[in-house]
Design a protein around this ligand. Structure first.
Ligand SMILES: NC(=O)C1=CN([C@@H]2O[C@H](COP(=O)(O)OP(=O)(O)OC[C@H]3O[C@@H](n4cnc5c(N)ncnc54)[C@H](OP(=O)(O)O)[C@@H]3O)[C@@H](O)[C@H]2O)C=CC1
Ligand SMILES: N[C@@H](CC(=O)OP(=O)(O)O)C(=O)O
Length: 365
């Protein structure tokens, strides 16, 4: 496992895809992690990464990855890894990831397959890293024979819950939440991805499964652990009603969401200024833990009427910060606002890397 430098050895499954390529960028020259193994489909296995991947990032392919020979996604190739990041196509992720867990490997996954299991942490690292503590109990009871899996949330859900966390902490629970998303094309992956003919000069008002994911995952991310500290107690529909409408728009990276919300406590509804100040003052636990990638400013409150915008605001705090603009009163619920988050950084691979940094800081890997 980890060598004398105290760096953890890591690998990436689905390394050639949209999320996999982001993992490679974020893991190049990382102070905590040494990227050693890259896995993809049998179509890519046996080729050097530079030949296997159709590199589509605006940053150049890092030299530490270019010459690595891609392997099939089998546990034996990853046996030396302290943690394995997964950006696998969801059609294959379920069984491959389970095989890795059974072979004692620890997975941090972008795929949806294990998110709804009651004892699997579903983590947005700037929101609920405390959910990782469930792994401490598991480690104590099962030892090292089996690995664990931590799931990264759906990308739109990650952006949505970031401002909700400090608001709920300070002003109490919400009871109604609505969001209308404007989602970038990188969210649909590369194979096959969104055809140009569908998205150029157009908006597609449907993303399969996305609305249900946002409505369900929000209730897990904001929920507490049960009394035995071994499963999560999902918020019920009576506790929080969430309604999502999802659209694909011709933007390369960055998901925008138009959100409205209502607080449960009708007697102590905060003012717009109090809401903005609460968001500005929020410091995520990952930053307090000193994690390398944690955003210094978790939530950027923008005052200009025409912000946030994906091209101008998605890279705040290297894509780990979330932008919130147009915070104002809502005539139906309490407040409305526009949220922007980088879907492949804080919405996917970046969350994975930051989760692994937190796992290392907490001594869980
Ligand atoms: N894009 C985003 O913003 C987000 C994506 N996700 C999730 O992350 C995962 C990856 O998404 P994305 O990167 O967009 O998808 P892509 O389609 O771009 O990449 C899929 C990856 O899976 C690999 N793969 C395909 N078939 C197999 C197989 N049979 N065995 C092993 N590997 C295989 C591909 O390898 P090869 O190139 O060899 O075919 C490729 O590396 C998905 O589960 C997605 O839902 C989650 C949040 C956000
Ligand atoms: N569906 C998201 C990306 C994604 O793959 O999400 P999930 O990991 O929940 O399947 C999008 O289209 O932007």
């Amino acid at each position: 496992m980890s060598g004398s430098t105290n760096k953890k050895i890591v690998g990436v499954l689905g390394a050639t895809g949209s999320v996999g390529q982001r993992f490679i960028l974020l893991l190049s020259n990382h102070p905590d992690f040494d990227l050693k193994v890259l896995g993809a489909s049998p179509r890519s296995a046996g080729k050097k990464y530079i030949d296997a991947a159709n590199w589509k990032q605006t940053d150049l392919l890092p030299s530490n990855a270019a010459d690595i020979v891609v392997v099939e996604c089998k546990p034996e190739h990853f046996a030396d890894c302290d943690v394995v990041f997964s950006g696998l196509d969801a059609d294959y992720a379920g069984s491959i990831e389970q095989d890795f867990i059974n072979n004692g490997l620890n997975i941090v996954s972008n795929a949806k397959n294990h998110r709804r299991l009651p004892d699997v942490p579903l983590v947005v690292p700037i929101v609920n890293p405390d959910h990782l503590d469930i792994l401490k109990n598991r480690k104590a009871t099962q030892g090292k024979k089996k690995g664990f899996i931590v799931c990264i949330s759906n990308c739109s859900t990650a952006g949505l819950v970031a401002p909700l966390k400090p608001l709920v902490e300070k002003f109490g629970p919400l009871d109604i939440l609505t969001t209308t998303t404007l989602q970038a094309i990188s969210g649909a992956g590369f194979s096959p991805g969104v055809p140009g003919i569908d998205i150029l000069d157009n908006i597609v008002p449907y993303i399969g499964g996305e609305e249900d994911k946002i409505e369900w995952e929000t209730k897990k991310i904001l929920c507490p652990l049960n009394a035995n500290k071994n499963e999560f107690d999902l918020l019920t529909n009576d506790e929080l009603k969430v309604s999502a409408q999802c659209n694909r728009v011709p933007v390369s990276d960055g998901h925008t969401e138009c959100v409205a919300l209502r607080f449960k406590d009708r007697k102590n509804v905060p003012s717009v200024e109090q809401v903005k100040n609460c968001l500005k003052e929020y410091v995520c636990d990952a930053y307090k833990l000193g994690c390398h990638s944690a955003p210094k400013q978790t939530i950027h409150v923008l005052e200009q009427n025409d912000r946030p915008q994906p091209r101008l605001d998605r890279n705040r705090d290297n894509g780990y910060g979330v932008s919130v603009g147009r915070v104002r009163e809502d005539p139906v619920l309490d407040f409305k606002m526009v949220i922007l988050s980088h879907n492949t950084i804080i919405g996917a691979a970046g969350s994975g890397v930051l989760i692994a940094e937190i796992l290392k800081a907490k001594g869980l890997i």
